[in-house]
Design a protein around this ligand. Structure first.
Ligand SMILES: *[C@@H]1O[C@H](CO)[C@@H](O)[C@H](O)[C@H]1NC(C)=O
Ligand SMILES: *[C@@H]1O[C@H](CO)[C@@H](O)[C@H](O)[C@H]1NC(C)=O
Length: 371
């Protein structure tokens, strides 16, 4: 059900979006390329009859999205395509349960903080990953992997890639297909309050629900997203509460990435607002009342979280390690044009010759996820 063969639309991958949020960069790529060329000229060894085999590509961890599970047909196909691109790569598909139905259910119901800790434990126990790895998060899997980086990062992530993730949360719950009972059950349960202590421990989407209309409730009650975003209530907000402080480890760990790549789907109607994929959010009442009514989007670089560098985003950006990418289409429509150049460049070891080869046009089946 999640796999369709669709004609590949013409996509300008590093196209910047109309709002001007994205400043695509490729100087790093050029520099790397030049360095490689330079190295080969400067220091030419005698050509051996049999060149030593290349080291295996850096391993990869993938975390699937909501409605999906770690070994679905779509996930397995995506993993195979990456293995074709990066021969010999080790790939681990993160999961909450080895049992596919239970893993799928855990995308809706469970305690995200515990889920991330559980995956961190798995990762730490896999020998292939001990030297570090790249990570790809689909949709909510993206902010979960970011939480891994901020809180654990042992072994460390080198390149973090997220597709259509909800880094600045969601302001609305996803709609449900009539037959999707897990979705409907979660939605019904959320009706009694996304910020109730129960919802914040049991409903996954509630744990990254960021209600811009009631930001105080979010800051006080969000057990997951407000924490990994280092968003804390204003000091004099509530005198009874123990004052919270921002966790510097989170910023330090995220800033230690080689690259942080965030893809946004330009037709995304599932994530509200879709700019959350790039740390955008609706304006808060404190930003400007008029903007709130109009549903204005505060882009990443205008967020306090960025400006005051609460989680290391600004450090990454100023070091040219932050990439905002547009993928054409609806939520998680992973076209060839969308994922291939990203995976060629930021997954495994960088091999510029292979990058050009991989961009030979072809139309494979696409991965479509519900969320
Ligand atoms: C990216 O690289 C291309 C080809 O080298 C170059 O023409 C273009 O100006 C570069 N873009 C940016 C934003 O650096
Ligand atoms: C910050 O996060 C790290 C990693 O999760 C944790 O070990 C540490 O206790 C946290 N520090 C504070 C002040 O909460």
């Amino acid at each position: 059900m999640r796999i369709f063969g669709l004609p590949a639309p013409l996509v300008a991958l590093f196209m910047s979006c109309a709002s001007g949020i994205a400043a695509p960069r490729n100087s790093t790529l050029e520099e790397e390329h030049n360095t490689q060329i330079k190295a080969s000229h400067d220091n030419k060894p005698p050509v051996p009859p049999n060149p030593p085999p290349l080291p295996p590509p850096r391993p990869l961890v993938i975390w699937h999205g909501l409605g999906d599970q770690y070994a679905s047909a779509g996930m397995l196909e995506f993993i195979e395509l990456i293995k074709e691109m990066h021969e010999g790569i080790f790939i681990y598909s993160a999961r909450i349960s080895d049992e596919p139905n239970a893993d799928q259910k855990a995308g809706w119901f469970g305690n995200v903080n515990e889920q991330v800790a559980q995956v961190a434990e798995q990762i730490a126990a896999i020998p292939e990953l001990e030297g570090g790895f790249d990570a790809i998060g689909f949709s909510q899997g993206g902010q979960f992997l970011r939480a891994y980086v901020e809180r654990f990062n042992s072994p460390p992530v080198r390149n973090l890639i997220t597709f259509g993730s909800q880094h600045m949360g969601i302001s609305d719950l996803p709609g449900c297909k009539p037959t999707d009972w897990l979705c409907r059950a979660a939605r019904a349960a959320a009706a009694s309050g996304v910020y109730s202590p129960w919802a914040q421990k049991n409903l996954v989407q509630a744990q990254y629900f960021r209600d811009h209309r009631h930001i105080g409730s979010y800051l006080h009650s969000s057990t997951f997203l407000a924490d990994i975003n280092n968003e804390i209530p204003e000091e004099d907000d509530d005198e009874d509460e123990e004052p919270r402080i921002r966790n510097l480890t989170y910023a330090f760990n995220l800033a230690s990435l080689d690259n942080f790549v965030m893809a946004l789907f330009d037709q995304d109607q599932t994530v509200v607002p879709k700019e959350s994929a790039w740390f955008g959010s609706y304006a808060l009442p404190t930003d400007d009342d008029n903007d709130v009514d109009k549903g204005a989007i505060i882009p990443m670089r205008k967020q306090r979280l960025y400006k005051e560098d609460w989680i290391g985003l600004r450090t990454l950006d100023e070091a040219d390690k932050l990439f905002l990418i547009v993928c054409q289409g609806e939520h998680m429509r992973l076209t060839d044009e969308c994922w291939r150049p990203i995976v060629a460049r930021w997954v495994g070891s960088i091999d510029m010759d292979k990058v050009t080869e991989a961009s030979v046009p072809q139309i494979p089946s696409l991965l479509i996820q519900d969320w």
